[in-house]
Design a protein around this ligand. Structure first.
Ligand code: FUC
Length: 805
């Protein structure tokens, strides 16, 4: 199955350039025949610094704020919060110590002679091989260029070839708009020029701003040009000049001295030496060796899942035209399958064990000041980046998020003390590689207090999908610490005595009070209560699994029973707040109170049909149109509601071609020519969320009712347009690998393999009656409720599922 994103032209903008990445180093290929560039990224290129922005005595004001909230004076409470309960400092404001993710620089290639023609130009990203490449005929021969971000060799390699007689004649530069010094081969020390004129080096280095008037991280980017088949390369005036070469290999290594607080295998103080070794080692190898090692490393992860949707597949069209055609008539199911795999490609390329997590742009940015600092937002965005990790068999790519969570514990303990006088740890809405945990700088959005709780869901899910008990042991103290903080800070709301958070808000949404005033601040928004129900249950289950803290687990059970329940409002919708407030913006992008529907499982169509109906009404009122990530989330919601056609309509809307790059907070979402998601601007969570949503249409494995075992559900929401197809290598909770085949809208065969854990029964839901064999032997299946069967599946055994004849 060809999986390629391709163009007949060079990229006119970042949104048409092609991404490669090894989880740490990234490149965006533009591919102009005469004036080419690759935007360079390194995932730790962060300005700012570690800084405590907690208001040390904020907790002393909490009682007053809560009092106002209990009296229904939310607007007054919010004013008081702005004065006393936000962070102490500029928070996430641009240019401050919070910092931002920044472009590393650009590799620029200026060719001496403009080609006479550029015939048969093709630039493509081959997803199967993680290779960005282009070729064209220039009137004298054929030129090819190929770009990889090698995992094994930790370098970017850009290979240029020509068949034309004069060979390649070009200048090669490393550039950055600020804080950069470029040096060439000087023949001494660090930048010793190799003797041969077929090799030459450039370095670009500098220090980023710490956002407080001083210098922050140091970085270096090393470039080496190797001419394996002759020609000459030399340094002059800040750049390298290549002459008469048939082939040129351009190596780029880069690193910073970032060394935490997020744990991982960062270079730290050794960044200069490490990058020197990387470039020395890689540049001794041939292109074919580099390429095959890279492909092998990449495919180890990518090939775990294959996906095919039969029907139209307009691979013959360049991607921008393909998007246009799909927008006009959405019958190109091949594009939908490509988009699903692209999410996996992007995660493998931007999130690898030992590295920093994928940020708001994954790894790819051309700006010095990225939108929203390209940070980690904890009220949907960084979590959405990882929704696909477990289900699409990229569990190892999930681990950088665990590292981020670990890093938040120590600063989060200080925040818990300062704002809630509580034990344990807490994080609010925004964080960064400096492990920021205080509330944001405005109460309207910055005081959502369950960022830590939402993150902890990912720790538990990783355990559910892998059965890795040593991992659970390692993360249990994190779950416990998060729970301890909430247990201590929960308060009784006056009407029912429910335990609620406060002050908090339902992410970024505003409501109108009876007196017409607008506020965000409240007690116990629905999402908080859902997250805490889940956190307390998961922490108690982890304690029991590990045979420890039984009293603490019992305490969590009691508190969980006292949290505010999900409520249906007078209009039949799920209530977003404790009170049936009206939202100011009815189509608001956040639909946070449906957390319990997805990613949670407190609202399910079989277990809680009335709540599921209320969730559906909520979604219909909110409407489909929104920002990119919001539409991706809605794909997941409709998948859980079993409505594949509505989900597919959202996928269609998400793939609306757009070139808009300015901020649009309500309904501007869509897809750029390179299939990056548009919030707008570019934000990668929509890519990842849509891949997770497409997967949920084909396989689900959450609980259908509290206290019930997990149910593997095959084709739970198959869109009617996806008549026939196959997907293999998906994962269900319990470390069960699943392959599914279907034809004419019906399941034809599926296999389930238990990879680890304990022998035991499987609860399986299928769209039509099935018979099952385990390792070839028919097994008795017990019908539990309609559509669900159970059977024993030992570790290592394979169950084959067929329609009943
Ligand atoms: C949250 C969202 C915005 C955007 C930003 C990065 O603030 O409300 O839509 O995604 O994160």
């Amino acid at each position: 199955m060809p999986l390629s994103i391709w163009f007949e032209k060079p990229a006119a903008s970042f949104q048409s350039s092609l991404p490669v990445g090894n989880g740490r180093l990234g490149g965006m290929l533009f591919g102009d025949p005469t004036s080419d560039k690759v935007v360079l990224n390194e995932i730790s290129m962060w300005s700012g610094k570690q800084e405590d922005q907690n208001r040390q005595d904020a907790w002393k004001n909490r009682a007053h704020i809560v009092d106002l909230l209990k009296q229904g004076k939310n607007a007054e409470a919010e004013s008081l919060m702005n004065a006393t309960f936000t962070c102490d400092g500029p928070g996430g404001q641009e240019g401050g110590p919070y910092g931002c993710y920044q472009v590393l620089g650009e590799l620029r290639l200026d060719f001496k002679d403009a080609p006479k023609t550029t015939l048969n130009y093709r630039r493509e990203l081959d997803l199967n091989q993680a290779l960005a490449q282009l070729s064209f005929e220039d009137g004298e021969g054929t030129q090819t260029r190929q770009l990889i971000a090698s995992g094994p060799d930790q370098v970017l390699v850009y290979r240029l070839t020509t068949t034309a007689k004069p060979g390649l004649n070009l200048d090669v530069r490393l550039t950055r708009a600020q804080r950069a010094v470029v040096e060439g081969a000087t023949g001494k020390g660090d930048d010793r020029a190799p003797a041969s004129s077929e090799i030459a080096d450039l370095t670009m280095s500098g220090r980023l701003s710490n956002g407080a008037g001083g210098d922050g991280l140091s970085y270096i980017s090393r470039l080496r040009v190797v001419l394996p088949h002759g020609g000459a390369v030399g340094y002059q005036n800040g750049h390298l000049t290549v002459a008469n070469a048939k082939e040129a290999l351009i190596f780029v290594a880069a690193g910073t001295d970032y060394s935490g607080p997020i744990p991982g295998n960062h270079m730290g103080q050794a960044f200069r030496e490490i990058t020197r070794h990387q470039i020395e080692n890689a540049s001794k190898k041939s292109w074919s060796r580099l390429l095959s090692a890279q492909i092998k490393d990449f495919q180890k992860r990518f090939n775990r899942v294959s996906f095919r949707l039969d029907g139209a597949s307009r691979d013959d069209l360049p991607t921008p035209k393909r998007l246009e055609a799909y927008w006009a008539k959405p019958d190109d199911t091949g594009l939908e399958a490509l988009y699903m795999q692209y999410g996996r490609y992007l995660l493998i390329s931007s999130s690898r064990e030992g590295g920093l997590p994928a940020n708001l742009q994954g790894l790819w940015a051309e700006e010095l000041q990225t939108p929203w600092n390209a940070d980690y937002h904890l009220d949907i965005n960084v979590q959405m980046n990882y929704w696909l990790a477990e289900t699409t068999n990229l569990s190892d790519c999930h681990l950088p998020l665990t590292s981020l969570i670990q890093a938040l514990v120590a600063p989060g303990e200080r925040t818990a003390k300062a704002y809630y006088n509580a034990p344990g740890w807490i994080a609010h809405v925004i964080t960064n590689p400096w492990a920021f945990t205080a509330p944001g700088e405005s109460a309207s959005w910055g005081s959502t207090c369950t960022g830590s709780g939402w993150l902890c869901e990912h720790l538990w899910e990783h355990w559910l999908f892998t059965n890795d008990k040593s991992y659970l042991k390692r993360v249990y103290p994190i779950l416990k610490g998060a729970s301890e903080c909430f247990l201590s800070m929960l308060l009784e709301e006056p009407k029912h005595g429910w335990l609620v958070t406060g002050p908090s808000n339902s992410p970024e949404n505003a409501f109108r009070l009876l007196d017409g005033k607008v506020a965000h601040t409240c007690l116990g928004p629905t999402i908080d209560e859902q997250i805490l129900r889940e956190l307390f249950e998961n922490t108690a289950s982890a304690a029991r699994e590990l045979g420890k803290d039984s009293n603490f687990a019992a305490k969590l059970d009691v508190a969980r029973g006292r949290l505010a329940p999900n409520q249906i409002g007078p209009d039949g919708r799920l209530q977003e707040w404790l009170e049936p407030y009206q939202e100011v913006e009815i189509h608001h992008r956040h639909t946070s109170h449906l957390y319990g529907l997805f990613p949670g499982d407190q609202i399910t169509r079989f277990g809680t049909p009335a709540l599921a109906e209320a969730a559906k009404k909520t979604l219909i009122t909110r409407g489909d149109e929104s920002t990119g990530w919001s539409m991706a989330w809605k794909i997941c919601f409709w998948a859980r509601l079993g409505d594949g056609d509505h989900a597919e309509a959202l996928l269609h809307r998400l793939l609306k071609p757009t070139g808009a790059t300015g901020y649009n907070m309500s309904n501007g979402g869509g897809t750029y020519p390179n299939l990056f998601d548009a919030h707008p601007p570019f934000q990668i969570d929509g890519n990842f969320g849509a891949t997770a949503g497409i997967t949920e249409l084909l396989l689900q494995s959450h609980r259908e009712r509290p206290n019930e075992p997990y149910t593997v559900s095959l084709l739970p929401a198959l869109p009617s347009k996806w008549k026939s197809g196959a997907i293999s290598g998906l994962k269900a909770r319990g470390d069960i690998q699943v392959d599914i085949n279907w034809k004419a809208g019906h399941l034809t065969q599926a296999t389930l393999q238990r990879k680890s854990g304990a022998n035991g029964p499987i609860r399986l839901r299928t769209p039509s009656p099935v018979s099952v064999t385990v390792d070839g032997t028919p097994v008795p299946t017990k019908s539990v409720t309609s559509g669900v069967i159970t059977f024993e599946l030992p570790i290592g055994a394979t169950a084959t599922v067929h329609p009943k004849t």
